[in-house]
Design a protein around this ligand. Structure first.
Ligand SMILES: [Zn+2]
Length: 153
C-alpha cells in the first residue's frame, strides 16, 4: 500500500512536469524508514539542462538532505524506465531498490539499450521491479506526445 502511494507520488510529479511542458516523468526517493525524502519531475527545458531528468533531480535532492553522495538502503520510484545516464546515477548512489513504471524501448537503459546494471563495470546493482503502474505512466506519455504533434507533422 505504501508501495502504491509512492508510485502515486511519482505519477503526480510526472503530471506536474507535463503541465510545465516537460516530458511527463516523475521520480521519488524513499528513505530506509519508508519516508519520501525527495521528489521531482523532468525539468530539462526549464533549466536548459539535458541532465535534469526526474531521477537525477530527486537523487541530488536526497543526497543533499542526507549530506552524503550515497543513498544506502533508499528506494527510487520512477514512472518510466530510467535511461542509461539515470541508471548509472542510481548505481553510483548505491540505491537499494528501483521500482519503475512504463518500459522505454527507445531510451531506456535498464531492460533495453545499454542495460547498465548488467554491465561488468556496474559495481552496484539495485533490486529492480518493473511495470509498476505502467499503464498510468504510458497514458501520460502518450497524451503528452500526441498533444505536442502539430498538424503539419
Ligand atoms: Zn534519465
Amino acid at each position: 500500500m505504501t508501495f502504491k502511494s509512492h508510485m502515486s507520488a511519482a505519477l503526480s510529479e510526472a503530471r506536474a512536469a507535463g503541465a510545465r511542458g516537460e516530458v511527463p516523468v516523475g521520480a521519488v526517493v524513499v528513505d530506509p524508514d519508508g519516508q519520501i525524502v525527495a521528489q521531482a519531475g523532468n525539468r530539462t527545458r526549464e533549466l536548459n539542462d539535458p541532465t535534469a531528468h526526474a531521477e537525477i533531480l530527486a537523487i541530488r535532492a536526497a543526497c543533499a538532505l542526507a549530506d552524503s553522495e550515497r543513498l544506502i538502503g533508499h528506494t527510487l520510484y520512477v514512472t518510466l524506465e530510467p535511461c542509461a545516464m539515470c541508471a548509472s546515477a542510481i548505481a553510483t548512489a548505491r540505491i537499494a531498490r528501483l521500482y519503475y513504471g512504463a518500459a522505454d524501448p527507445k531510451s531506456g537503459g535498464v531492460a533495453h539499450g545499454a542495460r547498465v546494471f548488467t554491465h561488468p563495470q556496474c559495481h552496484h546493482v539495485p533490486e529492480v521491479y518493473d511495470g509498476i503502474a505502467a499503464s498510468e505512466s504510458e497514458i501520460l506519455l502518450r497524451g503528452f506526445f500526441r498533444d505536442r504533434r502539430t498538424p503539419s507533422e
